[in-house]
Design a protein. Structure first.
Length: 231
């Protein structure tokens, strides 16, 4: 008999995160069927998720909800700054999406802060007192973007590269610098700005291992002992 990996685990996990049980347990019976439960009834069950894991999960969700929001949540601010600095709202949206994914409390490892990830020096130059304030941050970021567009004669690609790497690097190399992070940044922002950010259609893949185990996923991984079918 082929082994079947029960793919309702996510639903079981979602339920048990709200109950007082001590964790999630896994057991594979003699027929090769894998079972998941929060109430183990025998010695064959192995704990795969602990109570501590569940608490971490809850904390992560709480933290994410308190600090992040859809970029559309700030549309009224974006529209206002778009008119003020004569920049398309879609470009501001794209920068926010790539910079912070709508997290107004975001702080990068280099110290950039807020929705449009303003460095302290840039925030000061753009008269932003509180970079974690959405309106101040978007105003400062959009104002800085307008400055860069003016500096590079309206070239959006160069302005975005300068937003990421600094204008001096663009002038030093006479274009987008050979920095992978900067090139990827420009590519991602332009893709969203031009409406191609969601162009790829998601696919579901069926992964069958040589031992008969079946797994469904939307992120196929190379595996020498398996085969994929897209549907």
């Amino acid at each position: 008999m082929k082994k079947i990996l029960i793919i309702t685990l996510a639903l079981v996990m979602a339920y048990t995160y709200t109950c007082p049980a001590g964790g999630i347990y896994k057991y594979t019976d003699q027929n090769g069927v894998t079972h998941f439960t929060n109430v183990p009834t025998g010695n064959g069950y192995k704990k795969i998720i602990s109570t501590k894991d569940k608490e971490t999960h809850r904390s992560a969700i709480k933290k994410n909800r308190s600090s992040s929001a859809s970029v559309s949540y700030y549309s009224h601010i974006i529209d206002s700054k778009s008119k003020k600095y004569n920049i398309e709202p879609s470009l501001i949206n794209a920068v926010i999406k790539v910079e912070s994914n709508g997290n107004s409390r975001a702080v990068s490892r280099k110290g950039a802060k807020g929705l449009m990830q303003l460095m302290p020096a840039t925030a000061s130059e753009m008269h932003v007192n509180n970079p974690f304030n959405p309106e101040e941050n978007i105003d400062g970021g959009t104002r800085y973007l307008r400055y860069l567009l003016n500096r590079f004669d309206g070239d959006v690609s160069l302005a975005l590269a300068a937003y990421n790497a600094g204008p001096k690097k663009i002038e030093k190399f006479g274009g987008i610098p050979p920095i992978l992070e900067t090139r990827e940044y420009v590519k991602r922002v332009l893709s969203l700005y031009r409406g191609r950010g969601n162009a790829r259609k998601a696919s579901i893949y069926k992964l069958t291992f040589d031992d008969g185990t079946i797994l469904y996923t939307n992120t196929p991984l190379a595996h020498e002992h398996s085969r994929f079918t897209s549907f």
